[in-house]
Design a protein around this ligand. Structure first.
Ligand code: URA
Length: 230
């Protein structure tokens, strides 16, 4: 079997000293900032919120794929020349954290044809206040796959950590999970990286922090409300 190589072309390892090394952000171009400005604006319509958040999701999914291993692959081009390239190695699947994570499924389907996507529902246990698993449906062969874990907002990190725990209980090693989100709070990133240092996080933007209601600030409010409610 040929040795795999990992190509990371566009995502940027974070140089901010307080950001864990397992966290990668999108390149902060003016274009990206304009997209975020639209979705953060409280006056943006639901239609525009969906359209522009989908554009960011697409970029994030592409970045996530950059972290998957590839193997050398030679092909012949129509000119008759040989091209020494690479090919994808390993199978992937998506897992969305309900309900907001479902909004990212289409972005994954657009770049990975017939990808399998599992779902996890985690809610706060009213007795213990800890995140509790309410439902999960994961691909039966998930242990053999790389997992792209999808949830748009990383706030305290509680749901993400529970989701990673569930996925690992199904046999997926930590370093085969890539968590993809649009906006992260530093608090959540630190907690997640402290518990799961080999898990990679691809985030579009790292915000200032959390408010007293555990909303990310500046943030964009409740992602699910803005996406699903008129
Ligand atoms: N979930 C959201 O939708 N928004 C936040 O700010 C935090 C969690």
């Amino acid at each position: 079997m040929s040795a795999s190589i990992t190509v990371t072309t566009r995502s940027v390892p974070n140089t901010q000293s307080d950001v864990p090394p397992s966290v990668f952000t999108l390149r902060r171009t003016a274009q990206l900032e304009a997209l975020y400005t639209i979705i953060r604006n409280k006056d943006t319509s639901r239609g525009d919120f969906i359209f522009y958040s989908d554009r960011i999701i697409r970029l994030l999914v592409e970045e996530g794929l950059n972290h998957l291993p590839v193997v050398p692959k030679a092909v012949e081009t129509p000119t008759g020349a040989n091209y020494e390239g690479v090919g994808f190695e390993g199978k992937i699947c998506g897992v969305s954290i309900l309900r907001a994570g479902e909004a990212m499924e289409q972005g994954l389907r657009e770049v990975c044809r017939s990808v399998r996507i599992g779902k996890i529902l985690i809610q706060r246990d009213e007795e213990t206040t800890h995140p509790k698993l309410f439902y999960s449906k994961l691909p039966q062969d998930i242990a053999e796959r790389y997992v792209l874990l999808l949830d748009p907002m990383l706030a305290t990190g509680g749901s993400a950590m529970k989701a990673v725990e569930v996925i690992m209980e199904h046999g997926v090693p930590e370093d085969r999970i890539i968590f993809i989100n649009l906006i992260s709070a530093p608090e959540g990133l630190k907690r997640l990286a402290a518990r799961y240092p080999s898990l990679k996080v691809i985030t579009g933007w790292i915000d200032d922090g959390l408010n007293r209601r555990a909303y990310i600030v500046p943030g964009l409010g409740d992602f699910g409300e803005r996406r699903y409610c008129a």
